[in-house]
Each structure stands twice: as C-alpha cells, then as structure tokens.
Design a protein around this ligand. Structure first.
Ligand SMILES: [Ca+2]
Ligand SMILES: [Ca+2]
Length: 404
C-alpha cells in the first residue's frame, strides 16, 4: 500500500538509519519512545572479543563473573546457538549464580527450546536453581511465578523482615564523544554488575512495604581493610494490590551522595561533588501465603525494570579488557538535573529479579538472613544494630565526603 500525499512531506519523514520498521503496528509514540531502544540501534558493543572466544570463556574462565558475563554477551549478540551454550552452562557450571542467571537468560530468549531446558532443570540438586527454573518456565507460559514448598526461617531480631538478593541485568550505553552520535554498549550480567556497582538487596518490612522500601548495595573488594563499601537508597512510592497476591509498584528515590569526578566509588583523587541522586524502580512482587511474617504473607519474589544514569570515566577504560573494566567501584551513579549533570554519560537500563533463597544450605529458605548495612531509613549501619552510624548518611562515609 502506498499513501499519496498531495504536498511534499519529506521534511517530516524520518531519515537516517532508523526507519519505522513496524508498519501498521500502531502509534510510534507508543511503540518507539524508549530511550534505550534508540540507543540500541546505534550503539557499538565495547566487548570486542571474537564470538568463539566469548563462548570459550563462558564455560572455562576461572572467574565465575567472567563466565556469566560471557554468557550474557553471547546472548546479546543474538547468536543462534546461545540456547545450547546456556544449557551447557546450566548443566556443568559449579557456581549456583552462574547457573540461575543462565536460566534467566534462557527466559529472556524465550521460545520452545529455552522452555525445554528450563523444564528439565526443575528438579535440580540445588533446590534454588530448580526453583528458579520452574519460576522462569511458569513466567514464560503464564506470566506468573511459581514457588516450591520448602520450609523457611525468619529472624525477628533483624532490622528487615526480608532481605531479597537482586539479580540485575542491564545494558550501559556510554556516550563516546560530544557529537551525540556515537554510543558504546556494555552488557552487564548480574554478577558483572555486582562486581563493579555492588550487590543490591531489596529489604521490605511488612508494615511499610506498600509505600517504603530500602535498597541496600554492598560492594566487596574496594576497601583495603576488607570492609564492604555500602550505599543505601530510600525508595518511596505506591503499590497497586488490584491483582490478589501480587503488588505492582512504582517507587522513587532521592538521596545525597558524592559524585566522584574520578568516576570510581570512594576515589576522591579528582575531587567530588555532593548531589541529590535520583532513581526509580517499577515492577511487581508476589506473595507466598505459606511463608508468614507477623501474620502476613511474605514477598517471595520480585521482578521489574530499572533505569538510571551514571558516570563512566571512559578515557580510563580505553583498550582495557573485560577483567580490567569490571573491577570494584569502576562506575558510579549520576544524575541529569544537577550541576554535575554534564558529566553524566551513561544510560543504564535493565531488569531485576529476586527471590528468597536458602543461603546456608540447610534446606530451609532464608527470609532475612543476609547482612544489610542499613537502618530502616537507609542510613549506613555497619554494626547492624538498627541505629545510624551517622544520621542522614546513606553512602559509605569512609572518604569523609559528607564533611567537605
Ligand atoms: Ca537456609
Ligand atoms: Ca549502628
């Protein structure tokens, strides 16, 4: 079908490399307003390893983070045998996080072959790997998660009713120059992101969870004394409980934190500026009526999307290998609407999934056993006694950023 216009409209039609590729699909304002999708069309992958090298490292690299990164890189390249590579990692890797994040990558690919691998892993020897497999298979076929029926353990003495370990998978689109035309892409698997940004935990308390949530991030390997680097975020928002047992939520966070001009956490060599950094998160959690906290059902699982901005010191990364780039603290969150906004050069967009896990291998799901260095107001609390180390300080105070 050709539409004939009576006047020349060429000046209004899109040009360049991104033509409208879905005729009759609907309104482009609905379908093409995702900034990440625009960047995806122009960005070049900064991981330049040959495909065969990526596949080899996915199965054989000594560092589980690099194995997982390689799996996610392979998937991002849309290679036809990605399902087979993921299936082999699920079957052979000895790191449980690599295995369950490989299962998640299979869910992202979708389709009958991926579903078959998920379904055959449901009764895995590692109950959490098996539960993830069943959960992803259920989501692929129904949109809803399923859970197994293990016993569970809850510690009433801890600050948070639940400590949910978040697997976050994201793409980081880095502006390569001032032209606005050239973007690079770094795909981060959950362990890759945790290595550089820190491991995130969602920490709901039953009585406040519909409107308030602490996300606490801890990063190992950054401090010489072995203590973790901690960043906490106080999110507030709303939760829709219209679908029984499932809460869909939208939360925002704004907190004072240092933007280190080095682009690296706790590296004050180039100075820092203290800014209100914002973030938002939206998604859905699911209750398990079997797991009870204070007479309420526990959140057994959460999933959602996240996008934020960051500052990557790209000059320091040029010519570096993956191992050299993904070191603790080598990327920080930034924000657009502040005096340091012009430094912000990386759009971070991704998804997260977290469920309750048996961390100590006793066969019981651990509801709130993970160490979380935060008060219920997101202040840093390194001795986990519920009292802020310094009132109002949500970001690791080790550098003294809050006093300068
Ligand atoms: Ca346990
Ligand atoms: Ca304390």
């Amino acid at each position: 079908m050709t539409i004939e216009f009576t006047r020349d409209v060429s000046e209004f039609t899109p040009g360049g490399d991104t033509p409208w590729t879905r005729p009759l699909a609907g309104d482009p304002a609905d379908l093409q307003s995702d900034f990440g999708h625009f960047l995806e069309q122009v960005a070049v992958r900064l991981d330049s390893r040959p495909d065969a090298h990526v596949a080899h490292e996915a199965l054989h690299h000594a560092d589980p983070m690099i194995r997982e990164q390689s799996l996610y890189q392979y998937v991002d390249r849309n290679l036809p045998d990605a399902v087979d590579l993921l299936a082999e990692a699920v079957a052979t890797d000895d790191n449980r996080e690599v295995r369950w994040n490989a299962l998640w990558a299979l869910e992202k690919i979708g389709g009958a072959r991926a579903l078959e691998v998920l379904e055959r892993t449901v009764n895995d020897d590692d109950a959490d790997v098996g539960e993830w497999a069943g959960l992803f298979a259920s989501e692929l076929t129904t949109g809803y998660p399923t859970f197994d029926r293990r016993a569970w353990v809850y510690d009433a003495e801890r600050t948070f009713d639940e400590t949910i370990y978040l697997n976050i998978s994201c793409h980081v689109y880095v502006m390569l120059d001032e032209s606005g035309k050239n973007w690079g892409k770094i795909t981060l698997s959950p362990q890759g992101l945790a290595r550089s940004f820190g491991q995130a935990h969602a920490c709901p308390n039953v009585d406040t969870r519909h409107n308030k949530l602490i996300i606490s991030k801890s990063l190992d390997g950054l401090h010489d004394d072995g203590t973790p680097h901690v960043e906490n975020f106080l999110f507030r928002g709303v939760t829709n409980m219209g679908d029984d047992g499932h809460g869909s939520f939208y939360f925002q966070s704004r907190g004072l934190r240092p933007v280190f001009l080095s682009g690296q956490a706790d590296d004050d060599s180039l100075g820092h500026r203290n800014e209100q950094v914002i973030a938002s998160r939206a998604g859905r959690w699911t209750l398990d009526p079997r797991v009870r906290i204070k007479d309420e059902a526990a959140i057994r699982y959460v999933r959602g999307g996240v996008h934020t901005w960051g500052y990557v010191n790209f000059d320091a990364m040029k010519g570096s290998s993956l191992e050299e780039i993904l070191f603790p603290g080598n990327s920080i969150l930034g924000t657009l609407d502040t005096p340091t906004g012009p430094l912000t050069n990386a759009f971070i967009t991704g998804t997260f999934k977290g469920k309750l896990v048996d961390w100590d291998g006793d066969g019981k799901v651990d509801v709130n056993s993970l160490d979380i260095y935060s008060t219920t107001n997101a202040d840093v609390d390194m001795n986990q006694d519920g009292v802020a180390d310094e009132e109002g300080i949500q970001y690791c105070p080790k550098t003294g950023w809050h006093k300068q």
